[in-house]
Design a protein around this ligand. Sequence first.
Ligand code: NDP
Length: 290
Amino acid sequence: VNNALMDEQLLFESALLLGMAVAPVIWWTGRKDAAPYGRHHTNSGAGSRAVKAENMIAWNLLTLPTRITWFLMECPCLFFMVPIFCMGRYANLKPPRILAALFLLHYVHRALVYPLRMRPSPKRNFPVIILISGVCFNIYNVYIQARSLSNFRSYPPTWLSSPQFVVGCMIFLFGMVTNVWADSILISLRKSSKGDAHSPASTSPTESSSKMYKIPMGGLFDLVTCPNYLGEIIEWLGWATATWSFAGLVFFVLTVCNLLPRALAHHQWYLINFPTIYPLKRKAIIPFIL
Ligand code: NDP
């Protein structure tokens, strides 16, 4: 039993180091070419990924309906957190249980609520290649988070009143509210483009060449192009703080390396597709900075 525990500890620590090692690769890949889904899929207007004809056929053949794909991609975190967590030696303690509940709160929303609320383009499905990479990442991530919480990182009973936990939870919840709010605005834009009479007053009447996108306005959208990504990054910063763990830090770093380049690509896409009217003062993801 001891040998098996030692072996797993080695596996766990190697997985954490692997995550950190892969982070710059994810960053570099995202800067080179935005992952080909949504506006960066084929035929999504100027500035979208330029794909050769034969590749286009492959991408287009290997797709699935978007809502189902989001559910399949995110559900490992929802379904595997509890069983993996329960295998840990500290699984019956309150601090790791509350931290696991925070993680589940995010994934109940991401895997169940978000796919039901979203308004995917009727003309475009979701590439299976992104589904596969998303599932691999989520299986990896739920393993390191759950094992860290209930087995490899021990939390004293006083953890719930520690500054890391209290401040971390506040940051996490602020990030989640920002993320959900921003995604709701984007959802309402798509709704209004289908002729909803009660479209938000903040909506720009001008549509992009692909006729599926509008310029979001109001709140944080006046400062940055991607407040949903900013909220997501803040969330996992809060998670890394509240868990005060290497696993939490790995998740935060990977999220930054994934979403920051994508936000820059989104920003560029808006500048190309709304050349005269996109607000020039707006940054991509960090207000006033980037
Ligand atoms: P996007 O901002 O690209 O799109 C969100 C939704 O809104 C999509 O359905 C999109 O349609 C639609 N949309 C976006 N902009 C407009 C617009 N201007 N007008 C009309 N509709 C618009 O986000 P993602 O799809 O990349 O991500 C969705 C959520 O998942 C986000 O909350 C994000 O933070 C999270 N996420 C987290 C990751 C992580 O590493 N933790 C990784 C990726 C996503 P369409 O798809 O057709 O473009």
